[in-house]
Design a protein around this ligand. Sequence first.
Ligand SMILES: [Zn+2]
Length: 442
Amino acid sequence: MSIKIFKHLINPETIYNLLKLSDLDKSQYWSYEKLKSFQDKRLRYIIKYAYNNIPGHKSKFDQAGIKPADIKTQKDLYKIPVTTREELQENPDFINKKRVFKTLYTGGSTGTSLKYYDDIISAIIRLNVHKRGWEWNGYRYKKDKLAVVSSAQGAVKTNQTLFLCGDLTQDNLKINVEKLIEFKSPYIRGYVGSLYILAKYCLDNDIDIDFIKSVNPISENLYDYQREVMEKAFTGAKVFEEYCCNDGGACAWECEAHEGLHYFMERAIIESDENGEMIVTDLWNTAIPFIRYKNGDKVQFLDKKCSCGRESPLIKVKGRENDFLISPEGAVGATYLMNRGIGYKYLSKNGKKEGVFKSGINSVQYIQKPGFVIDINIVKNPWCIDEEIMDFRKILETEVLRGMIININFVDEIPKSEKGKRQFIINEDKELLKQYRDKTRI
Ligand SMILES: [Zn+2]
């Protein structure tokens, strides 16, 4: 055990919480009322903790004229002002250095990246809710074979995990599908767009995959036509959607009844504002408390109970709406693009971590126009240098957007769509999209 973990464990409160974690398997069958009172208890704790230890939250409370004692249950949450991602970005007033156990970065599917933290308890909770969610689709963590498509999220590098990576161009898809057939894993996980492109390739090329039991799409909106293609391509498989936004702790999984996603009440409180925007309060994270945090997704509470018997509410999340680009060589999913250019990159030398490189590109947006033209909107950070932009363009031209005309525009901010969202990929070539979709025989 490292000294860092040990230091956290000697805190009596931590030990109490760790013991409680073993109950997650049971708590999925708690009544709604019991889950709510569990949330209220954690809420009172986290609010008091944040007020006493985090200057950013204390000043928000003071400005609103409220004290922790004013927040008794989640019914009082409306009194607390909302916190935004922009407010937390690199803001030491919201970070509790003494509790930082792990540094995390949000994925780039929104076009920007947030650096945030876990304490040891929230790190364990994060893993445990994932384990429970995955078990609903049959996958047992570290025990079963799993194929992961273009995403390392939630995967552990063991000989039980196959990483299917690359740009998902036609050549690359062929290699990935061959690897998958050789590995024969009953479980497959990946970003929605990437799984869809892979499944569609199998259908279009009459490749029969019948060993997959469940498909676990993550991180982007899942549309019915994509679910249909996945279940058709992987004969006998069922799709289990997953929603997880670790900054803020909102997460939800589809159970075996497939009637919606159950929101995991043990980790966070999810609210919906008058515009359907999700507001989330993490019940565990003391390293960077997320209190009434607007994570940029939209949520709808479904007005029905799930037939599986679990009482945690069913939700539908409208999160990252991403199109995909189509180059003359084939479809390009969001995953590949979001790993290029933006955010943070670990630097290593001779296999050792040497630090973190923070990209000069603050955010990026791809817009495909008819005629294989891509307009790329870029918001630069002050330290961005021309060489980085040139490298970025070169990677796109030579690796993934071959044969396309690339126009780069520098903008002050990524324009919002009519719905108020900043979409990472927009494909305006509707005719080309239609041709791609119609190719599938379903
Ligand atoms: Zn259910």
